[in-house]
Design a protein around this ligand. Structure first.
Ligand code: PGA
Length: 252
């Protein structure tokens, strides 16, 4: 696993294939400056093939925003790990709070998707984070520990690679990131859960922990300068070329 920081761009349902390809092409001058940061772009499913082609001669890597928990079958609208791999996908977001809250994804489905991603050789990027009410009630650590534990139920991590993104729900798309110290505290909690779940595992070698939620050029450095966080997951600020380039320049 790379020791470099990782920058994940989650375009959600915002960019068509043409718009994503344009964005990638506009990033090329920044990418040619030999980035030490690993950059992963996660377009929508229909935009994956065109994006894969556009990034083929660059250092960018391809991620998907979701996957099915099954290999194949009669499951209208779902996309399997094998289909993603055929498009060159290496990473996949699992359990984003928007899917948990608006599409009814529960802990059991998220656990099955984690298992499926790991079985298929994809690196799952598990999203965990508390709601505003949880935060106000001082339940952050309890919530994120529970989400990590249930997502990893029955999973053997030895020899595998995972990414866990701490994404407080109230910070997503709000323009209000958490204080860097709070992100570090959350990363510590996640690390401790991994240590407790997997005694003897070299956690540093198996898991990278990211922060996500209103990351932008003006605050990105505060989240990547600490050793406790291995990078960031960015949505809104990764949709505009100027902001995307500014973030990459800052962390390089
Ligand atoms: P944001 O979203 O960067 O727009 O806050 C982050 C995310 O949902 O992953």
């Amino acid at each position: 696993m790379s020791a470099n920081k990782i920058f994940v761009a989650n375009w959600k349902m915002n960019l068509t294939a043409a718009a994503g390809v344009n964005l990638v092409k506009s990033l090329l001058p920044v990418l040619s400056a030999k980035l030490t940061t690993e950059v992963v772009v996660c377009p929508s499913f229909p935009a994956l093939p065109a994006t894969a082609e556009a990034i083929s001669n660059t250092s960018l890597k391809l991620g998907a925003q979701d996957l099915s928990w099954l290999d194949k079958g009669n499951l209208t609208g779902e996309v399997s790990a094998a289909m993603l791999k055929e498009w060159g996908v290496e990473y996949v977001i699992v359990g984003h709070s928007e899917r948990r809250q608006q599409l009814g994804e529960d802990d059991s489905i998220i656990n099955q998707k984690m298992q499926q991603a790991l079985r298929s050789g994809l690196v799952p990027m598990l999203c965990v984070g508390e709601s505003f009410v949880d935060k106000q009630q001082g339940r952050r650590d309890f919530v994120i520990a529970g989400q990590v534990e249930s997502a990893l139920k029955d999973i053997v991590l030895q020899g595998k690679e995972i990414i866990i993104a701490y994404e407080p729900i109230w910070a997503i798309g709000s323009g209000q990131p958490v204080k860097p110290l709070a992100a570090e505290q959350a990363a510590r909690v996640i690390k401790q859960v991994l240590i407790d779940l997997y005694p003897g595992l070299n956690v540093k070698a198996s898991a990278r922990i990211l922060y996500g939620g209103s990351v932008a050029a003006e605050n990105i450095l505060s989240f990547v300068k600490t050793d406790l966080l291995n990078g960031v997951l960015v949505a809104t600020a990764s949709l505009a070329i100027d902001e995307f380039s500014a973030m990459l320049k800052k962390i390089n």
